[in-house]
Design a protein around this ligand. Structure first.
Ligand SMILES: Nc1ncnc2c1ncn2[C@@H]1O[C@H](COP(=O)(O)OP(=O)(O)O)[C@@H](O)[C@H]1O
Ligand SMILES: CC(=O)N[C@@H](CCC(=O)OP(=O)(O)O)C(=O)O
Length: 260
């Protein structure tokens, strides 16, 4: 029986609000055992781009990242956001270590090839992207690794990589070594049957039900790539995948994904 590991991902909606972020980090500190945190920050990055006179461009949930955008999102994700998260965890009594994919060659990506759309400096993650040896060493020393959405290609180029995908790929890579739980945490109580009704949480969703909910338009927007990543992790041997409210990770209301 392998040891447990919980991988948490938080998105832009929570990170933007410092009071909520600090509450989430205190809740995370209460979760026992080995943990990894992956954070996004897409909403704040878009605001920063606008403040600097650039219009953010997203296609199918992914940011078109030209050289100027890469500079700004690197400063925002790997700098301000990552260090604020790490400082908050330290304040909550957790020894966290902030990382981009370049640090310790933790996550090596491949620049997304140009097909119909040129996404610019956006990284996709191959199956062997994760430096599993490094992650295991960090976890076994009791550190909590905190990943931002910046990776590298191994040849000196930083790349912007979707944070939901980073969480899923980390979970898949570590699944042979730990009993991995993957937690997608955001500002809703789970997957909702009616996105305007916070009480309409669907407690369990199978792959077949997911396809149907997508076809009906119940699950839409940012929730689609999130759940695609989540089901991919479940298929790859991750033990448990949960979609839940970032401020209620220690409570029982949530959506649990099931293989069948
Ligand atoms: N059925 C649904 N249940 C919950 N949220 C949904 C649903 N359909 C669409 N959404 C939207 O998806 C958003 C989450 O996706 P996204 O903004 O990409 O998350 P994050 O910033 O955490 O990565 C929610 O805030 C919500 O507005
Ligand atoms: C390539 C790409 O789209 N990268 C994302 C990385 C941040 C992210 O994923 O943030 P959330 O989890 O808060 O959405 C972006 O720049 O928006």
């Amino acid at each position: 029986m392998s040891e447990g590991l919980k991988i948490f991902k938080i998105g832009g909606g929570i990170i933007d609000d410092d009071a909520q972020l600090q509450r989430f980090l205190r809740e995370l500190a209460r979760v026992p055992g080995r943990k990894v945190l992956v954070h996004g920050g897409g909403k704040g990055a878009s605001q920063m781009l606008r403040d600097l006179g650039q219009e953010p461009q997203m296609v199918q949930g992914r940011r078109i990242t030209d050289a100027a955008t890469l500079d700004i999102v690197t400063m925002f994700y790997a700098g301000k956001t990552n260090k604020q998260v790490v400082a908050g965890l330290q304040a909550a009594g957790v020894n966290a270590l902030g990382l981009s994919g370049a640090d310790g060659n933790a996550i090596r990506a491949v620049r997304r090839p140009v097909r119909d759309i040129d996404y610019g400096f956006v990284g996709d993650l191959p199956a062997d992207a994760v430096n599993v040896t490094l992650l295991r060493q960090l976890l076994e020393t009791g550190l909590l690794p905190v990943f931002c959405a910046i990776t590298h290609d191994g040849a000196g180029q930083l790349l912007n990589t979707n944070a939901d995908t980073i969480a899923s790929v980390l979970a898949c890579a570590l699944a042979p070594h730990y009993a991995v739980e993957l937690h997608y945490c955001f500002e809703k109580d789970g997957v909702l049957r009616d996105v305007d009704d916070d009480a309409s949480v669907i407690p369990q969703i199978t792959v077949v039900e997911y396809r149907q909910l997508k076809a009906e338009g119940v699950i839409a927007a940012g929730m689609v790539p999130k759940l695609d990543n989540a089901f991919a992790a479940l298929e790859a041997g991750v033990e448990r995948v949960v979609i839940e409210h970032a401020l209620r990770i220690n409570e029982s209301v949530k959506t649990v994904l099931c293989r069948s």
